[in-house]
Design a protein around this ligand. Structure first.
Ligand code: 13P
Length: 282
């Protein structure tokens, strides 16, 4: 496990990192745990969550911690967030400013201190008309503002059972990521979320998840080259919790997680972050 992190970087340094070793230039690898609250919590509960997280934040080690609260709390949370906590949105408009009632642009998010947004979540794809093409536009809207695009991909149970999971995920990657300039990659995070594992309590086994992550990394390497591919964080999402986080995050190509239910209670979320081997490094 140490080897894994010695050959990679913590994501938290721009120069040479003590943890990663004196010969390893940085920006090679990021470790990220992001909470996706979905449509949960009232404003008072969001404030309490931040209050409870605040004293713990220095314990995150070399893990980038992000939270995606409901849209109405974004500006407040990003201005009050404790050091080290990045606030991201759960969605963004594919459009720029103009007559688009109900939409909010990447530039608006940036003006509120928001660091990025989740795009292409399966719940939005299934219920709110986020097609592959729309998701691709949203990715571009974010990266053009130098905001993080946490791009979600993943297959249904039927697709997995039919043996097409990898093709489905590669197709999603092709539509959303292919054609981006390599200079945009520092703003891209991929979240592999098998749909059958979301909110079901059924987690992909660490072998299943690692196999898909390796295949996503392979797609990235073919598209952008090995070095650039190694810089993209690939997160796992789907019933990830304190009890399974360590095993998942210890896999070679799993750089962290996108956490739904277990991000709502601060102690659970902290437990998930603490499951990341990179959280143990001061
Ligand atoms: P759960 O962790 O609740 O399964 O949700 C995962 C998810 O959809 C995160 O975006």
């Amino acid at each position: 496990m140490v080897g894994k992190f010695l050959s990679q970087s913590c994501g938290g340094h721009d120069g040479v990192c003590d943890f990663c070793g004196p010969n390893v230039r940085t920006k090679i690898m990021r470790n990220i745990v992001a909470g996706n609250w979905k449509s949960n919590k009232l404003m008072s509960e969001a404030l309490k969550w931040m209050e409870d997280m605040s004293p713990w934040m220095p314990n995150r080690g070399h893990v980038e911690v992000m939270v995606a609260p409901p849209t109405p709390y974004l500006a407040m949370m990003s201005s009050d967030a404790p050091k080290g906590l990045s606030v991201i949105a759960q969605n963004v408009s594919s459009e720029g400013s103009g007559a688009h009632t109900g939409e909010y642009t990447a530039e608006m998010l940036k003006s509120c201190g928001v660091s990025g947004a989740i795009v292409g979540h399966s719940e939005r794809r299934a219920r709110f008309g986020d097609t592959d093409a729309l998701v691709a536009q949203k990715v571009r809207a974010l990266v053009s503002e130098k905001l993080q695009a946490v791009f979600c991909c993943g297959e249904t149970l039927d697709q997995r059972e039919a043996g097409t999971a990898q093709t489905v995920v590669h197709d999603q990657l092709t539509t959303a990521i292919l054609g981006l300039d390599a200079s945009a990659l520092p703003f891209v995070v991929v979240a592999y979320e098998p749909i059958w594992a979301i909110g079901t309590g059924k987690t992909a086994s660490s072998e299943e998840a690692q196999a898909m992550h390796a295949s996503i990394r392979g797609w990235m390497a073919e598209t952008f080259g090995v070095e650039k591919a190694s810089e993209v964080a690939i997160l796992y999402g789907g019933s990830c919790k304190p009890s399974n986080a360590q095993e998942l995050f210890s896999q070679q190509d799993i750089n962290g997680g996108l956490i739904g239910g277990a991000s709502l209670a601060p102690l659970d979320f902290q437990g998930v972050v603490e499951g990341h081997p990179a959280s143990q490094q001061a």
